[in-house]
Design a protein around this ligand. Structure first.
Ligand SMILES: Nc1ncnc2c1ncn2[C@@H]1O[C@H](COP(=O)(O)OP(=O)(O)O)[C@@H](O)[C@H]1O
Ligand SMILES: [Mg+2]
Length: 261
């Protein structure tokens, strides 16, 4: 199995704040990781580093066999799928959903003068189907619900057939129905042997899709626990991560947590 992501002693310092502190972590191509932790723990920063969107202050990062800082990051970024809220804000409200997904093949937003190959059109149709977006193909992006927007973002990332998929709170702000339906889609995507390595950030254990294999718990820029989900999601680890007494339950492939009574 090949290593798709390797962080060694990575620290990230901004304005004198140590946002990540001596983090070491590796992700294998068959892994589906969830990164869990409270707000401000450094989860999104890890994803930005994994996406080669920013550089560590110290330590080394290898993504898809390339050392960040030593290779052409533009080339490297075309091999990484990233779905994060910040990117959604850059999508023009008037752009049709079909074009939002299609233009991912060209790493742009806004359909201007690119010429699309029929292969790309076929692939876009396939991805739209898989993420239940076909009925929305002609809708302007700005008219979609939060849940629909999240699906479009993920479909846009899937469209490029990445070797590493990074999802930052894909189920954040969704209502119960939209969350459950997105989790079912993520479960299906993650279960395919063709799917890339996946790292998904969340702060709720309820949002972990069945089939995810590994977990990292993060608190104030440090790893509390990392490894196979069963060994990581314990009462003691969650309690330490979130700073209050928690008990965790695992049933039918799904996780839940509540304050200790
Ligand atoms: N570029 C930056 N400059 C200063 N502080 C930052 C920067 N990026 C993130 N932070 C701070 O680092 C901490 C971790 O941020 P983040 O990775 O977004 O956490 P999370 O995604 O776990 O909520 C937060 O306290 C945030 O305010
Ligand atoms: Mg975040």
């Amino acid at each position: 199995m090949a290593n798709v992501l390797e962080l060694r002693d990575v620290s990230f310092v901004r304005n004198g704040n140590r946002i990540l502190d001596q983090l070491s972590w590796s992700v294998d191509e068959a892994d589906r990781w969830v990164v869990l932790g409270p707000n401000g723990a450094g989860k999104s920063t890890i994803l930005q580093l994994a996406a080669a969107a920013t550089h560590p202050t110290s330590g080394t990062i290898d993504v898809l066999g390339e050392r960040v800082g030593k290779v052409d990051v533009f080339e490297l970024r075309t091999r990484i799928g990233l779905a994060a809220t910040g990117l959604a804000r850059r999508i023009p409200a008037a752009e049709r959903v079909g074009d939002v997904v299609l233009t991912a093949a060209y790493a742009v937003t806004g359909r201007w003068h690119e010429r699309y190959e029929s292969l790309d059109l076929e692939r876009a149709a396939e991805v739209m189907d898989a993420w239940d977006l076909a009925p929305l193909a002609n809708r302007p992006f700005g008219t979609l619900s939060d849940g629909e927007r999240k699906r479009v973002q993920i479909a846009r990332a899937v469209m490029t057939d990445p070797e590493l998929m990074l999802l930052d709170e894909p189920a954040g702000s969704l209502d119960l129905g939209a969350r459950e339906s997105l989790l079912a889609s993520l479960e299906e995507y993650a279960s395919s042997s063709l799917a890339p390595a996946i790292v998904m950030v969340t702060h709720h254990v309820e949002e972990i899709p069945p089939g995810f294999t590994h977990g990292m718990l993060l608190r104030e820029g440090r790893i509390v626990a990392a490894g196979p989900l069963d060994s990581v999601l314990t009462d003691a680890h969650l309690t330490e991560t979130f700073g209050l007494g928690l008990e965790v339950a695992h049933d039918g492939g799904r996780w839940s947590a509540r304050a200790t009574r």
